[in-house]
Design a protein around this ligand. Structure first.
Ligand code: TYM
Length: 324
């Protein structure tokens, strides 16, 4: 039997090249080696303020992005989290073996929970993520570096459940590809590129127009000095070289060499062209996919996911002592 893979993206904000390079790009390759489940986690997306109309639109858009990037619905299962109610039910069960202190320690919670009135959903978010993963006997979870802590908690919960009750939950491994695992913000290379950034100059959205891409790259912060060097002391330019290298299948050293006598302006003009020529066909494919086609794929995906998830959920409930 093939090993299982599970991963997901929230349909919130706008998907950016960090999401592509840190996650989707790897999924496309891995789907042929693993039995893969790619989820659109709408229940996670409602843990922060959201607009219902926007959420519906984004959910379909994320599915189109998966398809346009090369996730093949004949090979992989694509589905919407809320259409598989087993996730929320499993989350409740795991909720009863999770310590509040473990949740409060999560970096993402700390970042997002500044101020008053922190919602329980935001705190419990990683338990739902653990439920997503554990329901499918997942072996590998390909994600960007920012999700590592959540996958570690998932492992802890699986181990705790197994030792408390019975060896029923598979301990998953995070699969993090070094390249692309942490694409930084264009306006602030000390922080990761983020959907929820205050300024749209932080990210390049997968749906940005050519003009916007050119403008954002032109305005991206650079380091002092003039040389195009791939080094830790020049985080801004290192990040831009990384994006260039990943999208153009080039080596950072070769890019350094090619721009040895050129300045930031020439480098940025070329980088904008590379980003545009990567995104153009992707955006064309997205536009060519009909909503009805996506909905059909998502319905079929949810049906398959529900069947698998229900088996695990029933086993877990029985072991805990619930009458099934
Ligand atoms: P989300 O929606 O924030 O991000 C989706 C994926 O994109 C990666 N990513 C990045 N990679 C590189 N550089 C960046 N700047 C960058 N920003 C985001 C993330 O690491 C992620 O892989 N909690 C998850 C969603 C989730 C999930 C799951 C993931 C819910 N359940 C189960 C895996 C398995 C999240 O918020 O991802």
């Amino acid at each position: 039997m093939r090993k299982r893979l599970f991963s997901a993206i929230q349909p919130s904000g706008t998907l950016h090249i960090g999401n592509y390079l840190g996650a989707i790009r790897n999924w496309v390759k891995l789907q042929y080696d693993y039995e893969s489940f790619f989820c659109i986690v709408d229940l996670h997306a409602i843990t922060v303020p959201q607009n219902p109309k926007e959420l519906r639109k984004k959910t379909i858009e994320v599915a189109k992005i998966y398809l346009a990037c090369g996730i093949d619905p004949k090979v992989s299962t694509i589905f919407i989290q809320s259409q598989v109610p087993q996730h929320a039910e499993m989350m409740w069960l795991l909720n009863t073996i999770t310590k509040v202190s473990e949740l409060k320690r999560m970096t993402q919670f700390k970042d997002k929970s500044e101020g008053k009135g922190v919602l329980a959903g935001l705190l419990n978010y990683p338990i739902l993520m653990a439920a997503d993963i554990l329901l499918y006997d997942t072996n590998v979870v390909p994600v960007g570096e920012d999700q590592l802590q959540h996958v570690e908690l998932t492992r802890t919960l699986a181990r705790r459940f197994n030792s408390k009750f019975k060896n029923l939950l598979v301990e998953p491994k995070a699969l993090i590809e070094k390249e692309g695992m942490r694409i930084m913000g264009l306006d602030d290379p000390s922080k990761k590129m983020s959907k929820s950034a205050d300024s749209s100059y932080n990210y390049i959205s997968l749906t940005d127009s050519d003009e916007i891409i050119k403008d954002k790259i032109k305005k991206a912060v650079t380091d002092s000095g003039k040389s195009i060097k791939y080094t830790d002391t020049k985080q801004a330019i290192k990040n831009l070289i990384n994006i260039y290298a990943l999208l153009d299948n080039a080596k950072p050293a070769d890019i350094e060499e090619a721009y040895r006598r050129k300045g930031y302006a020439a480098f940025k003009t070329d980088l904008a062209e590379i980003v545009i020529s990567f995104l153009k066909p992707l955006q064309g494919k997205m536009r060519s996919i009909e909503d009805a086609e996506v909905i059909k794929i998502l319905n079929q995906g949810a049906e398959k996911a529900r069947e698998i998830a229900q088996i695990k959920l029933s086993e877990v409930k029985k072991i805990i002592g619930l009458i099934v």
